[in-house]
Design a protein around this ligand. Structure first.
Ligand SMILES: [Zn+2]
Length: 199
């Protein structure tokens, strides 16, 4: 890659900043972009500029929004006594699609990972505590991911919420529909048995 210099290197370096994009992928994407019709490449660039100029995070729950409050927080029909805690704004759409929750959300914008420098102050945890203290919240459902980081985050938040005298619950881990128990790993299966509910 010695012949690749200047503006091309700049794009490769910029793409490397994105999560999950290593140098090889960044190079691949750069050459893909070089090969694209100009209009398509400009449309990608324009979309990036657009979200930075017109979108942001909801000041209450940190969902993505184009106004001060997101569509969930500004919907008066939502049950304000329940808050579902998720890691990323994208997780809200998944819970919404399940049609099993009509309360509000709180997005942490990540999960605890001390090894990567993601300590509690880097997440929206203090903002969650303030919301619970200042509003008539009765239940917090922690829907962080069922992996090591998500589990650590859930335990940490549950510990902080416990003294506040509200119900703190954790989503039950299900086996994927259409999957087979035989192919589930033991952590998933163990958690799904722990989280079993009465039929
Ligand atoms: Zn919101």
């Amino acid at each position: 890659m010695a012949e690749v210099h200047g503006i091309i290197d700049t794009l490769i370096n910029e793409l490397c900043r994105l999560p999950g994009i290593g140098r090889r992928t960044a190079q691949k994407l750069t050459f893909f972009i070089l090969n694209m019709p100009k209009s398509e490449a400009l449309s990608i660039a324009g979309a990036i500029v657009g979200v930075k100029e017109r979108a942001g995070f909801c000041k209450t729950c940190f969902n993505v929004t184009e106004s001060e409050l997101c569509s969930v927080c500004s919907d008066s029909s939502r049950d304000k006594t329940k808050i579902c805690v998720v890691e990323e704004p994208g997780n809200i759409a998944v819970v919404e699609r399940s049609r099993s929750f009509d309360g509000l959300y709180h997005v942490l914008l990540g999960a605890l990972s001390p090894i990567d420098g993601i300590t509690p102050d880097r997440l929206k945890i203090n903002e969650l505590l303030a919301r619970v203290r200042e509003n008539p919240v009765e239940e917090v459902i922690i829907a962080t991911n069922p992996n090591t980081k998500g589990e650590m985050t859930a335990q940490y938040i549950a510990g902080l919420l416990r003294p506040l005298n509200i119900t703190v619950s954790r989503i039950a881990y299900g086996l994927p529909m259409g999957g087979e128990i035989e192919f589930a790993d033991e952590v998933t299966l163990g958690k799904s048995i722990e989280g079993r509910r009465r039929l």
